[in-house]
Design a protein around this ligand. Structure first.
Ligand code: O2Y
Ligand code: MN
Length: 592
């Protein structure tokens, strides 16, 4: 086990507080994983899928109230409200701890308390962050085995006095003596808390067993807590995929990309190019940590070890590499079950069978009025199973980034692609990023734009204005030629009949190819107040029927409205960095 005194003392303290039936230190082995899966199949918490169709794979169904990240119940408990900023729910750390201690008291009764030593980044990376998650959910343990590097090897690295982030998690459903368990225990919404204590680097999560609320290495540690640490130490923790793009000349370029949730990050990370001679390899699909390397360039590393991807809409057509990744050894949550013991979801690319069991465990037929899979149903799988994972994806020093793509879901106004003229304008484009609110987003404001700077709105562990200033300050870390170039893309433009104007998916390579050519000095740009657009024939559209004039238009009238909307967005962020306000004024004057 361990002789780490601080860790042992913390485990003892939590044991006293939560009063579990027993304690298990996770070794991270496949044998341990299999044992837990057997127990969960036995208890009815998991269903083993047909091994002939989906070997070594399982289905879980969550409680209907516990199906996604809960932003309203996510808190940043920094010393002051000002430090958390307008972008976060702030809570006083002492008050929040008192509330949570009350909830944690006896919360693991009748359950096993699992101790999961895990590391974000490859174990041997100098940038690795170690966390210890204490949880009463065996579902969390098996998911963490895919999503992080976990187990005894992490305790070995921690030694007797290494630093770790304590991550406490409970589903918040104690079992009385003799009380039968349910398949998915959790607490009511008003008792759910996803709490972050950035100054002391601690995470306390209570009441939810789902995804980002419970797998604490992901959004809680690798983004919210890491973003605070990154600001203090001079690096970046970002909501970005990382891909490697090899062009027909064999030149490989690394690109990171930030898109709000539900904009196809996993699809882009695993893209199958429709242009001959290009190859895309995945290094990460959700989170990137970026640091300055010795040569002055920015290096990106994916701190995760797996994918927690949205199942609905994933098919051999939309994302063949994801489908191949999940052919075996995968955990599915909230998808539908076929009579043959395989999985099904809306958009899987096969017609719905005559009968299914839906995500809530009910009979389902194609004339049911509800989806068979929950729209936020997920697969959890090791990244190593991706057939296009880059061989260097676990390079402990990361890979040098040449371009950063930013994007959102905008039916109008924002052109298919443009390149910022300089770093400051790139950060301005990041600061105004936004996505149309769709029915998939829990909100009444369908059709409006939700501003989501750098796709980090739910994930910055501190004040948004300080975050944007931090991005601006990156320019002082190195020389301009070493900085990645910044592009803004929009795959989601629609015509007057509401049809998508750009095919997306594998054809997005055409836009990436233009960006790479820009880096290599092989493509001209057309200067506009917003940055450089491609020339009308700058993007290879061979075989496509697309209206490049419309896709590459900056409509002055729409942009005048957009500027008003940006101003409203900026007005909601006190202490907006002056450089960004100046960019907005410059844009207004130039478009005027
Ligand atoms: O609903 C959840 O808990 C998952 S959210 C998620 C999962 C994987 C990657 N990104 C996200 C996200 O919300 O950005
Ligand atoms: Mn994400």
């Amino acid at each position: 086990m361990t002789n780490h005194k601080k860790l042992l003392a913390w485990v003892e303290e939590i044991k006293e507080l939560c009063q579990p039936k027993d304690v298990h230190w996770c070794d991270g082995s496949k044998a341990e994983y299999d044992r837990l899966m057997d127990q969960m199949v036995q208890s009815g918490a998991a269903i083993r899928l047909n091994p002939d169709l989906r070997p070594d794979s399982y289905l879980f169904r969550s409680h209907p109230s516990d199906v996604a990240r809960v932003e309203d119940r996510t808190f940043i408990a920094s010393r002051t409200k000002e430090e958390a900023g307008p972008n976060n729910n702030w809570a006083d750390p002492d008050e929040l701890k008192a509330t949570l201690r009350g909830l944690y008291k006896g919360c693991m009764q009748g359950r096993t308390m699992y101790i999961i030593p895990f590391v974000m980044s490859p174990l041997e990376s100098p940038f690795a962050l170690i966390g210890i998650e204490i949880t009463d959910s065996p579902y969390v343990v098996v998911n963490m085995r895919h999503m992080t590097r976990m187990g005894t090897k992490v305790l070995d690295k921690l030694g007797t006095d290494g630093e770790f982030v304590p991550c406490l998690h409970s589903v918040g459903a104690p079992l009385k003596d003799g009380e039968a368990d349910v398949a998915w225990p959790c607490a009511p919404m008003e008792d759910k808390y996803i709490a972050h204590f950035p100054e002391e680097r601690a995470i306390w999560s209570y009441g939810s067993g789902y995804g980002g609320n419970a797998l604490l290495g992901k959004k809680c540690l690798a983004l919210r807590i890491a973003s605070v640490k990154a600001r203090e130490e001079g690096w970046l923790a970002e909501h970005m995929l990382i891909l490697g793009l090899t062009d027909p000349d064999g030149v490989k370029t690394y690109v990171t990309a930030a898109f709000p949730s539900a904009c196809g990050k996993t699809n882009l990370a695993m893209l199958v190019p429709t242009l001959p001679g290009y190859e895309v390899e995945t290094l990460g699909d959700d989170i990137a940590w970026l640091r300055k390397g010795e040569d002055g360039r920015l290096y990106a590393i994916n701190p995760e070890a797996g994918f927690f991807g949205v199942a609905p809409g994933t098919s051999y057509e939309s994302n063949p590499n994801a489908m191949r990744t999940i052919e075996h050894s995968t955990i599915f949550t909230n998808v539908a079950l076929t009579d043959e013991g395989d999985v099904w979801w809306e958009g899987i690319g096969k017609p719905a069978p005559a009968h299914l069991i839906d995500w809530q465990g009910n009979d389902w037929t194609p004339d049911s009025d509800k989806p068979a899979a929950h729209p936020n149903a997920r697969f959890t799988v090791s990244a190593a199973q991706n057939p296009v994972i880059a061989k260097e994806w676990e390079d402990p020093m990361g890979v040098p980034v040449s371009a950063i793509l930013l994007g959102g879901r905008r039916p109008s106004t924002v052109p298919l692609v443009l390149e910022s003229k300089d770093w400051t304008q790139g950060i301005f484009l990041g600061s105004i990023m936004g996505s149309e609110i769709t029915a998939a987003t829990i909100s009444k404001n369908i059709g409006q734009v939700r501003r989501d700077p750098f796709a980090m709105l739910p994930f910055i562990g501190y004040n948004m204005s300080d975050y944007l200033q931090h991005w601006l300050d990156v320019a002082d870390w190195t020389t301009e030629d070493k900085l990645p170039r910044i592009f803004h893309v929009n795959w989601f433009l629609r015509d007057e009949n509401k049809r998508f104007m750009w095919p997306g998916f594998g054809d997005n390579i055409r836009v990436l190819a233009w960006a790479i050519k820009r880096l290599q000095g092989k493509a001209e740009g057309v200067e506009t107040p917003l940055g450089y657009l491609p020339k009308k024939d700058g993007i290879d559209t061979t075989g496509l029927e697309v209206d490049m004039d419309k896709l590459l238009t900056i409509d002055r009238e729409l942009w005048q409205q957009e500027i008003k909307a940006i101003r409203e967005h900026y007005n909601k962020i006190p202490r907006m960095p002056k450089e960004l306000v100046t960019e907005l004024e410059k844009l207004e004057a130039e478009l005027g």
